[in-house]
Write a new protein. Structure first.
Length: 223
């Protein structure tokens, strides 16, 4: 089984690539430096490279690459908005578009977006991130509806705060108690926990999960 994983240099993406490799997948792991995922050309190049490596056979795509920018709406840099939407929303669309025929040919194609609990709820000062993550959850619904006819399932993995560099940078400005306040369980998820969920979703038992968020939120959305 062959899979393309983006944003795989560190954090969640690295954990997913490592877990899938251990599961026996052939993993084509790329990061933003391997192709500008904010552009059409970059996304097509990443898919083409995976197809070339796997002789045209691709069974799954994990769209994980992302970043965060925190600022009030009135001060939110417009270029950061554009970059967030490009990487968190447009890139998954383009990856799905360019990989679609190969995923359909697989007979059991999977498209997994690493979204966020912020695809389901809002938080102050994260306009670009929250908007893009809400959008990509909607995209997954469309992919699932269209994919049902050709054997492709699609899901959005929605974790709460994960112990990554992105979260650590936020801790420079906010306390742990403040950051974890919305969660019922006051801890960070580990990248390995998200990777385990991705492994299950891409495996045979995860086939029925399509068109929906798969939530690992430690009770955040229970409020």
């Amino acid at each position: 089984m062959n899979v393309l994983v983006t944003g795989a240099a560190r954090g969640i993406g690295a954990a997913i690539a490592e877990r899938l490799t251990a599961d026996g997948w052939n993993v084509h792991a790329v990061d933003v430096e391997d192709g500008d995922l904010t552009t059409r050309e970059g996304n097509r190049a990443v898919v083409d490279a995976a197809l070339a490596r796997f002789d045209g056979h691709l069974d799954a795509v994990v769209a994980n690459a992302g970043f965060q920018h925190v600022a009030p709406v009135a001060d939110f840099p417009e270029d950061q908005w554009d970059a967030l939407v490009a990487l968190l929303l447009t890139s998954p669309f383009l990856l799905a578009k360019y990989a679609w025929d190969a995923l359909a040919a697989s007979g059991d194609g999977r498209f997994l977006v690493v979204a966020s609990v912020h695809g389901l709820v809002g938080s102050p000062f994260k306009a670009g991130y929250v908007a893009a993550k809400h959008g990509v959850v909607g995209l997954v619904k469309v992919l699932a509806l269209e994919g049902a006819e050709v054997g492709i399932s699609a899901a959005a993995l929605c974790p709460a705060y994960v112990r990554t560099e992105i979260v650590e940078r936020q801790l420079e400005e906010r306390s742990i108690d403040d950051l974890l306040a919305p969660q019922a369980v006051k801890r960070f998820l580990e990248p390995s926990e998200v990777a385990a969920a991705a492994s299950w979703l891409l495996g045979p038992d995860g086939r029925a999960v399509t068109g929906t968020p798969f939530v690992l939120d430690l009770g955040w959305t229970a409020h």
